[in-house]
Design a protein around this ligand. Structure first.
Ligand SMILES: [Zn+2]
Length: 193
């Protein structure tokens, strides 16, 4: 399909072919027509292919995670919109989690500064419940993408770093929930330490 023939028969905006043909001849004719490259980004993210930065053999038609390593697939033709959507979500999780974590660290370490400070404000039981309430959104919401990918790694039978993160953080969290809700099941030496 050569440009000049299509251009002669097609109206300027009737079809993609018409546009390409028009773009080809526009340089010669000095028409104010968008170049073919300008139209790419609009459709590229929806119809383009997605691949893993670590595993180029993985190619998918839609965004998702790599079935081997669990990393987010990236568009073969990167677009600014695609990158920022992922970044905005992770940045929000990071800052909310960092703020909550800072409070947990401060309450957990307060006894080093002043042994009586937290005791005067909260009973030990109330303190561990407060820390549980503050830490839960960090682990469950902030860490959700990691758990999701860790679970996928089990389903895909491709163990990767997300399996490790999900298992490590998950076990630590479950242990903490048990310790906060039923501390009496642990030996006395575990508690007042
Ligand atoms: Zn991969």
């Amino acid at each position: 399909m050569e440009g000049s023939t299509i251009f002669a028969s097609a109206s300027p905006n009737s079809s993609p072919n018409g546009r390409v043909a028009l773009a080809k001849v526009s340089e010669a004719h000095d028409c104010p027509v968008p170049r073919a490259e300008d139209e790419k980004p609009a459709g590229a993210s929806e119809t383009g292919e997605y691949t893993c930065p670590m595993h180029p053999q993985i190619v998918r038609q839609a965004p998702g995670n790599c079935p081997i390593c669990g990393m987010a697939l990236e568009p073969r033709t990167p677009t600014a919109a695609e990158d920022s959507r992922d970044l905005v979500g992770m940045t929000r999780r990071f800052w909310v989690s960092a703020a909550l974590t800072a409070v947990v660290v401060l309450t957990g370490m307060a006894h080093l500064v002043s042994p009586k400070l937290m005791e005067e404000l909260l009973s030990p039981r109330a303190l561990s419940w407060t820390e549980l309430v503050l830490a839960s959104p960090v682990v469950l919401w902030g860490g959700w993408p990691f758990f999701e990918r860790g679970w996928q790694s089990l389903v895909n039978q491709n163990l990767n770093m997300f399996t490790l993160i999900g298992l490590g953080v998950g076990v630590a969290y479950v242990f903490s929930v048990i310790a906060a809700t039923v501390p009496q099941i642990f030996p006395a030496s575990f508690r007042g330490a």
